[in-house]
Design a protein around this ligand. Structure first.
Ligand SMILES: NC(=O)C1=CN([C@@H]2O[C@H](COP(=O)(O)OP(=O)(O)OC[C@H]3O[C@@H](n4cnc5c(N)ncnc54)[C@H](O)[C@@H]3O)[C@@H](O)[C@H]2O)[C@@H](O)CC1
Ligand SMILES: Nc1ncnc2c1ncn2[C@@H]1O[C@H](COP(=O)(O)OP(=O)(O)OP(=O)(O)O)[C@@H](O)[C@H]1O
Ligand SMILES: [Mg+2]
Length: 368
């Protein structure tokens, strides 16, 4: 059987069924591949829909132009809270992505074990070995160590344009208690917070940490979204009404912004829903969500700066900086993943995608 471009899923299937002679294994596998490809293309209805965000124009509008009068720090200072014994890659991916996109300074607050490892990946990152896990803290010391950890992060807090909480954080109960206090301090200082990875595990079990904070963004993957829906809406994920369910979830958590990651990224602040479905990569290697959280941090900072400076004269839509940050971060990550895949195919890794971030932004929004 010859599969021609334009044949739909059913035609291909029926034609395969009607074939009298069993095709050899290689032909079968090729047919299955084409069915999958045609199927995916057919399903990609979101692109071009009224929900699709105008991501290229948003990227152009919020990315700052270079200005010789600007000083270090004005293009963004972000901090990642994450990195423990198990995970050192995730906080590195988030923090380095922020720099590669154009932030001036990127900090990582992690455990003592993770710090030398993260530092050795890159001299560009400012790494603070301040977090503690239960195994290194005696019961009697917990109170004062917790106060010390929170104070160490808090003394930097005012300097940050955005915090990313959770990539590679782990689930140690003592460490998560300290991070809860850090989230409360960030809220008091009005610092935007992106909650990802194990930060979502923490927040899903303590919704009060983010509830009602409009500068909070949650970036759940498929598992994290399922747990959030079960906890908040007390039901299962409903893909028939994905937009409606996301909208109610964001509304129910008091107007936080949620970026639901998947084949197409869906974003809602409880008022509107937008989708980003530009072509990404079929590779699902770990770490792409970490790039996303670091990217969203930078674009959110830029959008917020622009909105504060423009005093409401912004002509892009939506106008909520958290929505703009999510749309820009998602569109850029997907474009970078697509470029990396063109080049590396099956061997595409997260580090390859990070290397494509700069080129992807340059294609849409040239530096000069
Ligand atoms: N190179 C790295 O260092 C990477 C680290 N990552 C980090 O890995 C951590 C986990 O992220 P995933 O995306 O894998 O998270 P998921 O929640 O998607 O899955 C984690 C695993 O934990 C299991 N799990 C689910 N609920 C659980 C619960 N209540 N208690 C214990 N285990 C549970 C799941 O079955 C799954 O096997 C995050 O901190 C994330 O940032 C990832 O970002 C991938 C890359
Ligand atoms: N099926 C898919 N097709 C295309 N892109 C996808 C698909 N699933 C996820 N993505 C993209 O990959 C990005 C990361 O999503 P993913 O679900 O892998 O996050 P994650 O599990 O948190 O990643 P990490 O391994 O970093 O923790 C999302 O922004 C999304 O655009
Ligand atoms: Mg993740």
């Amino acid at each position: 059987m010859i599969v021609k471009h334009g044949m739909n899923y059913l035609t291909v299937l029926n034609s395969a069924r009607n074939h009298k002679l069993a095709p050899p294994l290689a032909v079968l596998r090729r047919q299955q591949f084409l069915i999958r490809v045609l199927g995916v293309r057919g399903e990609n209805r979101m692109q071009g829909s009224k929900f699709e965000a105008d991501s290229d124009n948003i990227l152009r509008a919020i990315t700052p132009v270079f200005d010789p009068n600007r000083h270090k720090g004005q293009a963004g200072k972000v901090a990642v809270i994450g990195g423990c014994r198990e995970y050192t890659g995730a906080p590195y991916f988030a923090a380095i992505s922020a720099l590669k996109i154009g932030a001036d300074l990127s900090h990582v607050f992690c455990t003592k074990d993770a710090a030398p490892v993260i530092k050795s990946y890159s001299p560009e990152l400012i790494v603070h070995p301040v977090l503690e896990e239960s195994y290194s803290v005696g019961d009697r010391d917990k109170d004062h160590i917790s106060r010390r950890v929170v104070a160490e992060v808090d003394k930097w807090m005012e300097r940050f344009d955005c915090l990313v909480v959770g990539p590679g954080l782990g689930r140690d109960p003592f460490l998560l208690d300290c991070v809860s206090e850090i989230i409360k301090q960030a809220r008091q200082s009005n610092v935007p917070i992106i909650i990802d990875g194990d930060g979502l595990f923490l927040v899903t079990n303590n919704l009060g940490l983010v509830s009602g904070y409009p500068l909070a963004i949650l970036t759940p993957n498929v598992n994290e979204y399922k747990r959030l829906v079960q906890k908040v809406l007390n039901c299962e994920v409903n893909d028939q009404d994905a937009h409606g369910q996301l909208l109610s979830l964001a509304k129910q958590i008091g107007g936080v912004t949620i970026l639901r990651k998947g084949k197409c990224d869906l974003i809602s602040d409880g008022e509107i829903v937008k989708s980003v479905s530009n072509h990404g990569s079929p590779r699902r290697c770990g770490g792409q969500g970490d790039i996303l959280s670091g990217s969203v941090a930078v674009f959110l900072s830029w959008a917020r700066q622009l909105i504060l400076a423009d005093e409401g004269n912004l002509i892009i839509s939506p106008t909520n900086p958290t929505m703009l940050g999510c749309i820009a971060g998602s569109a850029l990550l997907r474009k970078a993943a697509s470029l990396a895949f063109e080049d590396r195919k099956r061997s595409t890794l997260t580090t390859d995608i990070i290397e494509c971030l700069g080129r992807s932004l340059e294609d849409i929004c040239p530096a000069c």
